[in-house]
Design a protein around this ligand. Structure first.
Ligand SMILES: [Zn+2]
Length: 524
């Protein structure tokens, strides 16, 4: 069974699902702290929660998908795309009080949030968004802050028992926003008198500078924030979450999910949501923490794939399997091939997990379409767009064996624009081709020359791709040449490189006279 269907069936069995109504639907939630450009890895959570909600809805379950844009966490490091000198003074402040790097956005979190949300939308996910500040500043978190403060000793015990983290007697489960410098990472809360919290602004994590202020504040209305694992548990209760997964690193025994679940149950009397632990999304084999380079952000990655193929990237692997995409390797053409293989199965009328996956890759807002367009392989499209003499549509129709439908023409043009973008940005050398106007300087053996001479005669008339392919096969025995020597000679004289696309198809796509004369010229 496809993973999303399997999860949906499990979720249907939970108590909250059985009680869900139109007025009080089952609530699925995910969140992301907006501390810079968001890594593609976070899109896996967006997509898993989004698809689970979609599938539950297909099964008739009243469900709502809420996504928190976390703008209340501290600004804890300066991203590489902003001016470090300008932003250093803001380190340690809640994100919503840090200015936007570009004009037109209310604050730092909104700036990065807008780009991230645009990727959700491209992939067809439209959760209901809310901000962390909406929870804290409206007072919605106040009852949980109050309970956590009153039961600090129990919170401390749970942290110790579940995760082995020992806090001293004066520790409180909140951090205070300093009234003088506005920073939250620099303060130490030291006592709670039942109404106010005493704090001192004297911590200096990393490059963050404290102001030295001491004071007392009410812990409510956004003046303080619960520490992460307690904050997580409190949000489950405050928002009423029933289903929420997370990266599998959070779901180890004694890990953050385990701690949050114990706090939710014991301190707030709330059952932890149905958990969906999922594997990592790697970029070129590297995890989120170490892959900060070009192509690893959600936005960068989304620019490489059409919306449907982007959904395949995010949804195609079981949640227990890693995703690994390398924009600078062959992942991009391979992913498009994967999509085309699924489409082929659907056209053949197969009904299995693969065709279910194809169906779920279609954008929900486009509705269900019965047409499954035929598409020219991405690597072929990428090759043709580099050959100025070739017509994309003509070549596609030759490969398909019949004219393209209007939706196939649209899909071809869309794919061509993605291929051009990939070639201009990340594509490795092996996918870049320049047709050589003149014969490049090459050193060919006598056997290679002999084979090229035979081929030159063969090209006295036009030949189809299949015919050329068959002829190349015969040639291997006829002139007793190693296939690798034959193909390398062909690629060298036309493309000035030793590898290339399928030779039969390639040669038949070029003007016949050009092929004949180049073969002749190289054979002497
Ligand atoms: Zn301060």
């Amino acid at each position: 069974m496809f993973w999303a269907d399997r999860l949906a069936e499990e979720i249907q069995q939970i108590e909250a699902a059985k009680k869900a109504t139109k007025e009080a639907p089952l609530l699925v939630r995910d969140e992301k702290t907006l501390s810079g450009r968001v890594h593609i890895g976070s899109m896996r959570g967006v997509a898993i929660h989004g698809l689970v909600a979609e599938v539950l809805e297909q099964k008739g379950m009243p469900v709502i998908y809420k996504y928190e844009l976390n703008d209340f966490d501290p600004f804890d490091s300066i991203p590489p795309d902003v001016d470090a000198e300008k932003f250093r003074e803001h380190l340690g402040k809640p994100l919503y009080t840090v200015p936007s790097p570009q004009p037109g956005f209310e604050n730092f979190a909104e700036y990065y949030g807008a780009e991230y949300v645009s990727v959700h939308q491209k992939a067809g996910f439209f959760p209901e968004y809310y901000r962390a500040t909406e929870l804290y500043r409206s007072g919605k978190m106040d009852p949980y802050i109050k309970t956590a403060l009153e039961r600090t000793a129990d919170v401390r015990r749970i942290l110790k028992d579940v995760s082995g983290s020992v806090k001293d007697e004066s520790w409180l489960p909140v951090s205070v926003v300093c009234e003088q410098c506005g920073k939250i990472m620099t303060t130490r809360a030291h006592d709670y008198d039942g109404e106010t919290i005493g704090y001192t602004c004297d911590r200096s994590p990393d490059e963050t500078v404290p102001c030295g202020h001491s004071g007392r504040v009410s812990p409510y209305g956004g003046n303080t924030k619960l520490f992460w694992k307690i904050d997580w548990a409190a949000k489950w209760v405050a928002v009423g979450v029933h289903v929420e997964g997370g990266g599998k690193d959070h779901s180890t025994k004694g890990g953050s999910h385990d701690v949050a679940a114990h706090i939710a149950e014991e301190i707030f009397g709330y059952n932890a949501p149905f958990n969906i632990p999922y594997e990592f999304f790697l970029v070129g084999g590297k995890k989120m923490s170490s892959s900060k380079g070009r192509g690893s952000s959600a936005k960068d990655m989304s620019e490489l794939f059409t919306p449907e193929v982007l959904r395949l990237v995010l949804l195609g692997k079981d949640i227990n399997q890693q995703i690994d995409v390398d924009p600078q390797g062959d992942s991009v053409p391979r992913t498009y091939d994967w999509y085309d293989d699924l489409a082929e199965k659907v056209r053949e009328g197969v009904q299995d997990d693969f065709t279910r996956l194809y169906e779920l890759c279609q954008l929900p807002e486009k509705g269900i379409s019965t047409e499954v367009p035929w598409q020219l392989r991405f690597s072929q499209v990428a090759f043709i767009v580099q050959m100025p003499h070739m017509s994309l549509q003509k070549e596609a129709e030759a490969v398909k064996g019949s004219p393209l439908t209007p939706s196939e023409i649209a899909a071809l043009e869309e794919r061509a624009s993605y291929a051009r973008f990939w070639l201009a940005t990340y594509a490795p050398e092996e996918f870049r081709f320049v047709l050589q106007d003149a014969l490049p300087a090459v050193e060919l053996s006598d056997t290679q020359k002999k084979a090229l001479a035979v081929l030159a005669d063969y090209f006295a008339e036009w030949r189809s791709g299949e015919e050329v392919h068959a002829r190349l096969h015969e040639l291997k025995t006829e002139v007793s040449i190693q296939p690798k020597d034959l193909f390398s000679a062909l690629y060298q004289i036309f493309l000035a490189r030793t590898s290339g696309p399928k030779a039969g198809w390639f040669l038949s796509s070029l003007p016949r006279e050009f092929v004949e004369s180049r073969l002749r010229e190289a054979s002497v």
